[in-house]
Write a protein that binds this ligand. Structure first.
Ligand SMILES: Nc1ncnc2c1ncn2[C@@H]1O[C@H](COP(=O)(O)OP(=O)(O)OP(=O)(O)O)[C@@H](O)[C@H]1O
Ligand SMILES: [Mg+2]
Length: 501
């Protein structure tokens, strides 16, 4: 039962330190019954930390919590789940190598035990019923590594919902989902709140926040800056609270600068194992080519295939004036290409390495002294330049990438390619989980690259970003380009959505 003032969860004077890093600095926070409360703040401001402490995933350094009027200090995520606090984490929350059903009931196998044996068929049946009830079209018996990022997130949502939580934390989940998955999640959150539950919703998309939250609380550098109720929502006000200074205006480009004639990358009728059947594409010098569509449209496969990361069964991809055939990522990199994957943790960063290991991995040629010998000094500067340029929040370049907040990990991915001076960049959802301040500087950087004659394939699920940044947009459906829109024709979101569905 919520306490008299309607609070389900109270966080009092909470601090969390990681060595010298102060992640939470005397945070006071209340979550009411029946509300969807947004948590917003720049990368590294403490959103994931405070919510994961409430969900039993880590412990505070000091401070107290009260849940349903009683002291709350969960010793594990399992304990929190069983008591009604579930969290869909920002990072990958499923384990590959085991079936979907086993992921959903991980740690709760006892529910299906007869003596020492787990009745697996019963577990799969229960998982399938749960998925079906939620309208999630996934086979509960399939092994989880066969799912894509969006499907894994949907499994995590189902896993949380099984416990009929009183509090659901949704941490930066929507950027992993397509429109269909997002709609499903929004409906679920609203239903929960209508039935008296509470949702803590974390996202960097302020429009999404204003549409789906009843109130938002703003964090900056581990401090609560304030809260706004729905009737006080104002994008500029929110941005100002987040970054501590006035931020307004449009952060997309507003030019009509032309692109070069020269073709820098070409897909010649490529066919891949899944998604693409005789797919053609031409990217020009100085062009930002946007690709959009619904999740199953094949756009993420295009990115992988262009970089030689997805096996091409028929046709070929060629790069540069000499039409070098891109047969694998090594050839791609050697010919000035870069690629950032949407699935950051599995395909773009080495989580076990340091920030320096990751960023310097592309700077081998630039930082070479002679032969295979790397200049320590040059490499340190190369890495530090990227950290400074992207305002990457970290204690030092020697710290592990796994200690960074989600958005700062994304900056590591981006930093390693900017440093490498690539001419053709394939960016799959590059601003995923990045806060508005840095997003604005990334867009400026994309434009600067265009002016320098570099070419960008921008694959994105955010239509405003595609419209705001692209010279040309390809809308895909079922592995085919169904529409091409030019910047000069000022396409609208509405126009493009009509071709996507
Ligand atoms: N395990 C860890 N070890 C060291 N530092 C950490 C660890 N986890 C988080 N931090 C630090 O704590 C601070 C807050 O991180 P947190 O993940 O809560 O940020 P966030 O607001 O969720 O950011 P984002 O929007 O990028 O996800 C950051 O400076 C981060 O680097
Ligand atoms: Mg986070």
């Amino acid at each position: 039962m919520a306490s008299k003032d309607g609070a389900v969860l109270k966080v009092k004077d909470m601090c969390k330190n990681f060595g010298v890093t102060v992640a939470l600095d005397h945070v006071n926070f209340e979550l009411k019954a029946g509300e969807v409360r947004g948590l917003i703040g720049e990368n590294g401001s403490g959103k994931s930390t405070v919510s994961s402490i409430a969900a039993g995933m880590q412990k505070a350094t000091s401070g107290e919590m009260f849940y349903l009027g009683k002291p709350w200090a969960p010793s594990s995520a399992l304990e929190a789940q069983q008591n009604g606090i579930c969290m869909i984490v920002q990072e990958a929350g499923t384990i590959p190598g085991i079936p979907v059903a086993d992921n959903i009931f991980l740690g709760h196998e006892k529910l299906f035990c007869k003596g020492p044996f787990v009745n697996h068929a019963k577990m799969v049946k229960a998982a399938q019923e749960l998925l079906d009830d939620l309208g999630i079209e996934i086979d509960a018996s399939v092994r989880t590594e066969r799912l894509d990022l969006q499907q894994c997130k949907l499994v995590e949502i189902a896993k949380a919902m099984y416990w009929k939580p009183k509090i659901l934390v949704v941490d930066e989940t929507t950027t992993a989902l397509s429109q269909v998955g997002r709609t499903l999640l929004y409906k679920l959150m609203r239903k929960m709140a209508d039935e008296g539950g509470s949702v803590m919703f974390i996202s960097h998309d302020l429009d999404e926040m204003m549409e789906h939250c009843d109130a938002v609380t703003v964090l900056r550098d581990g401090n609560i800056i304030g809260s706004l109720n729905k009737d006080e929502f104002d994008g500029n006000k929110m941005k100002e609270m987040m970054v501590g200074r006035e931020v307004s205006g449009n952060y997309y480009r507003n030019d009509q600068d032309p692109c070069g004639e020269e073709v820098t990358l070409k897909a010649h009728c490529i066919t891949t194992r899944k998604d693409l059947l005789c797919f053609d594409l031409e990217l020009h010098k100085g062009e930002i080519l946007g690709i959009g569509g619904l999740s199953e449209c094949g756009m993420h496969t295009v990115g992988k295939a262009l970089f030689g990361y997805e096996k091409i069964l028929d046709g070929k991809v060629t790069v540069g004036q000499k039409n070098v055939v891109v047969k694998d990522p090594e050839t791609a990199i050697a010919n000035g290409m870069a690629y950032t994957s949407k699935d950051r943790d599995h395909e773009s960063v080495g989580l076990a390495g340091s920030i320096r290991d990751n960023i310097s991995s592309t700077g081998y040629k630039i930082n070479r002294l002679f032969g295979p010998i790397i200049s320590f000094r040059k490499e340190k500067k190369f890495v530090q330049d990227q950290i400074n340029g992207l305002e990457l929040k970290c204690a030092s370049q020697y710290h592990g990438v796994n200690t960074l907040s989600g958005g700062n990990k994304q900056k590591v991915v981006f930093g390693k390619w900017i440093g490498a001076d690539a001419d053709v960049l394939i960016l799959d959802c590059p601003t995923r989980g990045i806060d508005i301040g840095v997003k604005a500087s990334m867009y400026q950087l994309f434009y600067k690259m265009k002016q320098e004659g570099r070419s960008i394939v921008l694959i994105s699920e955010e239509l405003p970003e595609l419209i705001g940044m692209s010279d040309r947009i390809l809308i895909m459906k079922d592995g085919q380009v169904v529409h091409e829109a030019l910047r000069k024709d000022n396409p609208t979101e509405h126009d493009l959505i009509n071709y996507m569905i």
